[in-house]
Design a protein around this ligand. Structure first.
Ligand SMILES: Cc1cc2nc3c(=O)[nH]c(=O)nc-3n(C[C@H](O)[C@H](O)[C@H](O)COP(=O)(O)OP(=O)(O)OC[C@H]3O[C@@H](n4cnc5c(N)ncnc54)[C@H](O)[C@@H]3O)c2cc1C
Length: 378
């Protein structure tokens, strides 16, 4: 049985300077509206992403040869934690920096790496993830979008759904069925699809808060060169599930409601009643534990170990935490939800969006199965 081992994190010496650099950038450019600052890693602001790229704060761990800065996983962790805690609008570059860039560097051929990675490090090229399809979300092995070989080219047909940021992205890494007639996990491959390729259509999905974050993406006879295949033909399932470790462990998995916690602290300053003070203490203690767990995963990634199980645990516990904050605040503080007061406005917004926290990146029921297997329980 494997267990979750946290470790005493030795933060890099450069951490204080990095924190200061991020805070200055956020102060100069960042979003002031507290509702826009909550759940900020879904909020795209290409201009802010370019500023981060210019400041050397994207692609931090990537090789210099591809525009990266060869810094450590923990230095990157410090930066992304500062950005999220401040509610900076990081959504445009988030997916490229977190998973598409690392995936290209690990599995991409030279042409793919040179075409996409340096622009990602500059904060000029954004990415989206093409996994989910209608009838294929939790049951990802039922993917139906197809890639058919035609001479030197691949021809893609099908549809993806819930694609976060497809409307600002320049490329998608898609999981598709490359072997006609194959079933389940076999015969799947990953392809890099430029979003401006003829035959790609992006249609917005507006969520119940009125925001446009995700989309439907249609592929109609999209022709790709042979070099668009990422990694090995037929190995798409293994590649995509390994990618999910990068998606599940970061501080975005517990910091989505952090702006509300900060508003609560502000409120408690003026109204230090015991129930509010107690809630602040409880939320701070849990945040501290989740931070240690999440940073331990970053430390493991830095040692090139596979943190798949730990990443899944961090996502499950982190999502429970960020989901609970708006409900706990609403239960603890009497407020007029229709008022313009920041505490009420952020609580109202997060009550609406928080049900999605445990869906994105894989649903709770599926994660519990992975955790049970990892712990040797099934
Ligand atoms: C905000 C947001 C952003 C997203 N962004 C992206 C993106 O960028 N790219 C992308 O590809 N996808 C994205 N998704 C899709 C997301 O990954 C899927 O919604 C998720 O994997 C669930 O799939 P589904 O919606 O088809 O639900 P379903 O699979 O239909 O599941 C519905 C319910 O049934 C449960 N269930 C299903 N199968 C089982 C089982 N075997 N055992 C027990 N319970 C089960 C699920 O846990 C869930 O509670 C996003 C989703 C959200 C909410």
């Amino acid at each position: 049985m494997q267990t979750f081992v946290t470790e005493a994190i030795e933060w890099p010496e450069s951490a204080p300077a990095l924190r200061r650099k991020v805070r200055d950038l956020v102060d100069a450019h960042g979003e002031k509206d507290p509702v826009r600052r909550a759940n900020c890693w879904t909020k795209a602001d290409p201009e802010f992403s370019r500023k981060l790229g210019e400041a050397g704060l994207l692609g931090m761990t990537w090789p210099k040869e591809y525009g990266g800065h060869e810094m450590s996983q923990l230095e990157r962790y410090v930066v992304i934690e500062e950005l999220l805690a401040a509610g900076a609008p990081v959504g445009a570059h988030w997916i490229a920096d977190r998973q598409s860039g690392p995936l290209l560097l690990r599995l991409g051929n030279e042409e793919l790496k040179r075409r996409w990675v340096p622009g990602m490090a500059r904060g000029e090229i954004f990415a989206c993830i093409g996994l989910s399809e209608p009838n294929s979300g939790s049951d990802l092995a039922s993917v139906r979008t197809s890639a058919r070989r035609d001479g030197d080219e691949w021809v893609i047909n099908g549809q993806k759904v819930w694609t976060t940021g497809a409307h600002v992205a320049h490329m998608m890494i898609a999981l598709v069925r490359s072997e006609a007639g194959s079933e389940r996990q076999a015969g799947l491959s990953q392809f890099v699809i430029p979003m401006d390729a003829p035959g790609v259509t992006v249609k917005p999905i507006i969520d119940l808060t009125g925001a446009h974050e995700f989309n439907e993406v249609f592929f109609e006879d999209v022709r790709l060169p042979a070099s668009a295949l990422l990694g090995e033909e037929g190995n798409g399932w293994k590649q995509a599930t390994a990618e999910l470790s990068l998606e599940r462990s970061g501080p975005e998995r517990y910091l989505s409601s952090m702006v509300l916690f900060l508003e609560l602290v502000r409120y408690a300053g003026k109204h230090p009643d015991p129930a509010v003070t107690q809630l602040v203490g409880r939320l701070a203690a849990e945040a501290w534990t989740l931070r240690l767990m999440s940073a331990s995963v970053a430390a493991k990634l830095a040692r090139r170990e596979d943190p798949a199980l730990e990443a899944t645990i961090v996502k499950d516990l982190g999502n429970s935490y960020e989901h609970a904050i708006p409900e706990l605040v609403q239960a603890c503080v009497e407020m007029d939800m229709a008022s313009k007061d920041a505490l009420a406005a952020v609580t109202g917004y997060l009550l609406q969006v928080s049900p999605s926290f445990s869906l994105r990146g894989g649903t709770r029921e599926i994660l519990k199965g992975i955790i049970a297997r990892g712990l040797g329980l099934r």
